[in-house]
Design a binder for this molecule. Structure first.
Ligand code: PLP
Length: 446
């Protein structure tokens, strides 16, 4: 408050000042969708109307909302230690959490660097990859390879390796020296696949061409989502990730899995790497680590990568990177309580056992007007709607607004695709409810 301003001056709480992210602000402010409270599978509007959460918030509240043990852990932590410097000092729960995350990650993925979001995790992973080659004397390896339709958050690194046009085209030249693999989707060959499509492993072979063009000695890393989420749920074709791994090994490229969405049970395992039996060199996570309750992200690296940095004088910093709030005490406490809940309630296994029921329920939408494709994997579904001839994205936007106002269901849309990703505590009955509501919405916007 500027000095001299009295606390008695009333500041109007209107909708104007808040610039909403990834939202059409004028349309929102004309017809707001406000959420005031949450519990379990439900959100509640300020008037108290329950809204079934079909998207785990933004793919993050995997344990459900406002779970008592997580709330209690955050409360207790806030009273005990609000903040400890993350540089040169640390608090005990940061080590405990790093050990827990490393134990969940497959193979030699044993070292954890904490961030506050998925975007920061991605930029951290890319920087570690570049620095790793540098400290090993291969500093010419500077190229980063992403994928068309990939989403890796909104930092400059993430949008550079990402492949969603609108996230890139307004923001100048981005990072230099980036190339992209093709997307793995072909509707003609893959439509209405449950799980990983049978066709499409060969999309990985494009990496050979990229290596032939630039030479392996200039390439640092390849980054992909094991299941592309934000672009509309594109599961990796069978064998695709294995082929990427083999080509990366052949040429000494680091393979980075961006598991910000797929981590913590979304595909029925702690990480997608486990589902596919493919161990990347570096893995990112965020969202589900705290079930969305406190912002947190991170990067897990294999031991040889960590070891490569542990040289030089012992008083000298090995990696010039970090955030004020890396391993924030509240986030660590929330994450530890969340990991306990996942384990005690067997939520990853629950997602795995619900997957066939979920996929069958999703496919009941096939044949509804304007439905072009349905894809499922884990507890995730993407439903492509035909675009209106003059307005790309409008049909899905209307579907999202109607779902909220008329059906009391939260869904997510991207372009003209509906994405569904409920908390992992969802029941069979709630799955039925979600798809009945979505069916009514699809008919309404036909
Ligand atoms: C695969 C992936 N990477 C990175 C991000 C960015 O995470 P955040 O929004 O926490 O920065 C997301 C967010 O949806 C994501 O899906």
């Amino acid at each position: 408050m500027p000095s001299g301003q009295s606390a008695a001056i009333a500041i109007p709480n209107d909708l104007e000042s808040f610039w909403l992210p990834f939202t059409p602000n004028r349309a929102f402010k004309a017809s707001p969708r406000l959420i005031a409270r949450a519990k379990g599978m439900n959100y509640y509007t300020p008037e108290g109307r329950a809204v079934l959460d079909g998207t785990a918030g933004l793919w993050c509240t995997n344990a459900g909302h406002n779970r008592d043990p997580i709330v209690a852990a955050i409360r207790a932590q806030a009273a005990e230690l609000d903040y400890a410097p993350a540089f040169q000092f640390a608090h005990p729960k940061a080590f405990e959490l790093a050990s827990r995350v490393a134990a969940l990650a497959p193979g030699a993925l044993d070292y954890v660097f904490f961030t506050n979001s998925g975007s920061e995790a991605v930029d951290t992973a890319l920087k570690i990859a570049l620095a790793y080659h540098n400290v090993r004397g291969e500093g010419a390896r500077t190229r980063l390879i992403g994928r068309e339709r990939g989403y890796h958050g909104v930092g400059f690194g993430g949008i550079s390796v990402g492949g969603i046009v609108n996230n890139r085209k307004f923001f100048g030249t981005l990072l230099a020296g980036v190339d992209h693999l093709p997307a793995t989707y072909d509707r003609e060959r893959q439509a209405f696949s449950k799980g990983e499509p049978e066709w499409g492993a060969h999309f990985a072979d494009a990496l050979e061409q990229i290596v032939a063009l630039h030479d392996a000695s200039t390439i640092a890393a390849v980054i992909v989502e094991p299941m592309a989420g934000s672009t509309g749920v594109l599961p990796a074709p069978k064998g695709y990730l294995q082929r990427l791994r083999a080509i990366c090994d052949k040429y000494g490229l680091l393979l980075i899995f961006d598991e910000v969405i797929t981590g913590f049970g979304r595909l029925g395992y702690a990480f997608a790497a486990e589902r596919y039996g493919v161990e990347p060199d570096i893995m990112t996570f965020a969202k589900g680590i705290t079930s969305g309750s406190v912002p947190m992200g991170g990067v897990i690296v294999r031991k040889p990568i960590y070891d490569a940095f542990m040289r030089g004088p012992e008083h000298a910093i090995e990696l010039f990177h970090g955030y004020t709030y890396s391993a924030h005490p509240l986030a660590c406490a929330a994450a530890l309580a969340t990991l306990d809940l996942y384990r005690e309630e067997g939520l990853f296994e629950r997602a795995r056992s619900l997957e066939p029921f979920w996929a069958d329920a999703a496919m009941t939408l096939r044949g509804l007007p304007g439905v072009l494709d349905i894809r499922t994997v884990g507890l995730t579904a993407g439903i492509d709607l035909a675009s209106r001839p003059d307005a790309f994205g409008r049909r899905a936007y209307e579907a999202m607004a109607r779902a909220f106002h008329d059906e009391s269901l939260l869904i997510r849309t991207t372009g003209d695709t509906i994405a569904l990703t409920p908390p992992l505590i969802v029941s069979e009955q709630e799955i039925g409810e979600i798809f009945e509501k979505v069916a009514r919405v699809i008919r309404a916007v036909a």
